[in-house]
Design a protein around this ligand. Structure first.
Ligand code: NAD
Length: 341
């Protein structure tokens, strides 16, 4: 029995989660799926965006599937008031999720929606593996006299474990991105990644400086397999990579930690309060998150590929939700994908 905790959250979250549950039921009737509260709905019910009980249930699951949190109802400038996105941070921290995975695999039917020319983007199927819990976002910072500082710190252990994730998920090649011509943390990064590469003789390793990587990502995206990088570089490069596919309603993501612990799988988009309740949300990023959960969280590669090709076929048959310039609604999109599964 595979135990999945489903966190529908706020806004369009419950609508796209219901569609994802239909998809999961179709894949395997033996998935044991339990819903819990997170985000704004959890604040309303308990005063906290993530309770200890919900976190404990997530820890005991095989995978956690989240839709989206947040909305104007909980927007506040009071620094002491609970905020929905603290639920996400609490999950990442509480589950020890130190690797963020963002795949970039434009559907063939949507190649013309990319800001890149078709011949550049065609064949792109890459994964950005970003370190999530270290680096400059977590280092010592402050003000001194009339200056300010932020510090980047990485330990050998932190680099080793994220590099292992990169090599584990690469088909054949890891491109490690750093700024080793200037930064000491990058020089350590390079040394440690080279060491980890020796444990994976079947995979190639190459290095790119981050400024060059930003250029290569738009000039030859189809040549990448896994892009492995630290927190801040990954933050920037994963958003750049995301734009290659052309629509926010299509992008899934995952955060994972130690092998054997549950990962968190979620669309990149937010709770879209402007269209919540209208039935017009695009469920495809959510379906992509289900595919990522199957592949990276549950080791069920064939079923992940089946979900992705059902989405591709539905798009090839002409499925377009409003965000893709069409008039299909959530229900139409769900039917179109399920009928191609
Ligand atoms: P958003 O991603 O929710 O929406 C941006 C635009 O994209 C909106 O016009 C929306 O209608 C559209 N959109 C998003 N997802 C869509 C989908 N599946 N189908 C069709 N259209 C879609 O970002 P925002 O408006 O900046 O944020 C809204 C709320 O979501 C805020 O409270 C924010 O904090 C929260 N948020 C949550 C997450 C998350 O849960 N991971 C991520 C980003 C933002």
């Amino acid at each position: 029995m595979t135990r999945i905790i489903a966190l529908p959250g706020d806004g369009i979250g419950p609508e796209i989660m219901a569609a994802a549950r239909e998809l999961l039921d179709r894949i395997d009737a033996d998935f044991e799926i339990e819903e819990r509260l997170v985000g704004g709905v959890s604040i309303d019910a308990t005063g906290s965006p993530l309770t200890d009980e919900v976190l404990e249930d997530c820890r005991n699951a095989d995978a956690v599937l989240l839709a989206a949190v947040g909305g104007p109802k909980w927007d506040t400038t009071d620094p002491d008031a609970p905020r929905p996105e603290q639920g996400l941070l609490g999950l990442r921290k509480g589950l020890g999720l130190y690797a963020n995975l963002r795949p970039v695999r434009p559907s063939p039917a949507l190649l013309d929606a990319s800001p890149l020319k078709r011949d550049r983007i065609e064949g792109t199927d890459l994964l950005v593996v970003r370190e999530l819990t270290g680096g400059v976002y977590f280092g010592d910072r402050g003000r001194r006299d009339d200056s300010a500082y932020d510090t980047t710190v990485y330990s050998v252990g932190e680099i080793e474990r994220i590099a292992e994730v990169g090599f584990r998920f690469a088909r054949e090649r890891v491109t490690s991105v750093d700024k080793a011509n200037i930064l000491e943390t990058s020089r350590l990064w390079r040394e440690v990644v080279e060491g980890v590469a020796k444990r994976h003789p079947d995979k190639q390793l190459d290095h790119l400086l981050v400024d060059n990587a930003a250029m290569q990502l738009v000039s030859r995206p189809s040549s990448f397999d896994v892009i492995l990088t630290e927190n801040m570089f990954g933050d920037i490069l994963s958003d750049e990579a995301a734009m290659l596919t052309g629509s926010i309603g299509m992008l899934p993501s995952a955060s994972v930690g130690e092998p054997g612990t549950p990962g968190l799988f979620e669309p990149v988009h937010g709770s879209a309060p402007d269209i919540a309740g209208t039935g017009r949300a695009n469920p495809l990023a959510m379906f992509g998150s289900v595919a990522m959960m199957l592949r990276y969280g549950l080791g069920r590669q064939d079923e992940a590929a089946a979900v992705e090709s059902a989405v591709d076929r539905a798009l090839a048959d002409g499925l377009r939700t409003a965000d893709l310039g069409g008039d299909a609604n959530l229900e139409d999109a769900t039917r179109a994908v399920l009928s191609n599964l």
